[in-house]
Design a protein around this ligand. Structure first.
Ligand code: ZN
Length: 213
């Protein structure tokens, strides 16, 4: 707690004054351009990785960056996705998985979460990921990568998402953040592979390529 209190003081005394005009503007409302759905893992900092400021990215986080199919959980993910699109008007959704994901390890080795019933129950929303990985032994995609694609498909079952895709006002991207080298890999539907962000401009999962996944 001491660490947190020191941080609060430093933020109020040093950081806030440095960006006062930005924070004053944000106090009047938000207009984020992107909804990021990522893992709760403490090693992921969406603003740091994307070099964006507060107010730019609306974030949904949970173990395994999972998007339950519409109607299957009636939980906070569903509400946050609807709000981000319909109320805030985000034009991008990024599903960002990462290397060394504990949720993906647990998904592939369920015995590891035998003593964590809530985790085991939550990971049922990623059962398709396990099935895909097990069915395609030769796939180049890791469980974390496969999961990003599965969750993108789940995302498209949400009415707000499908309506925005039909309007052409929304694009969906799949990312994997690698802790080992700081690289973010972006899904390229034409290659069915996650490629370094430096190699792509924009590859949307919502293109005709992805609909055939
Ligand atoms: Zn994770």
């Amino acid at each position: 707690m001491k660490t947190l209190l020191e941080g609060l003081r430093r933020f109020s005394n040093d950081v806030y004054p440095d960006k006062r005009s930005l924070f004053e503007e944000l106090s009047r409302g938000q207009k984020p351009h992107t909804l990021m759905i990522t893992c709760s893992d403490s090693r992921i900092d969406p603003n740091l990785v994307t070099q964006t400021e507060p107010g730019e990215i609306f974030v949904v986080r949970n173990a395994g960056n999972i998007v339950p199919p519409f109607g299957s959980s009636r939980g906070g993910e569903e509400a946050s996705i609807e709000f981000a699109i319909e109320a805030l008007g985000v034009t991008n959704i990024v599903i960002c998985g990462h290397s060394q994901c504990g949720a993906m390890n647990a998904l592939m080795e369920p015995e590891k979460v035998a003593s964590l019933p809530s985790v085991e129950h939550w990971l049922r929303h990623a059962a398709a990921t396990r099935r895909r990985v097990q069915a395609a032994q030769n796939t180049a995609l890791s469980p974390g990568e496969e999961n990003v694609l599965v969750q993108a498909e789940n995302l498209k079952t949400h009415p707000a998402v499908s309506a925005a895709l039909r309007r052409g006002t929304l694009e969906i991207f799949g990312w994997i953040y690698q802790f080992e080298d700081g690289l973010v890999r972006i899904y390229d539907p034409s290659k069915n592979a996650f490629v370094p962000s430096s190699e792509v401009k924009e590859r949307a999962l919502s293109t005709p390529h992805s609909l055939a996944l």
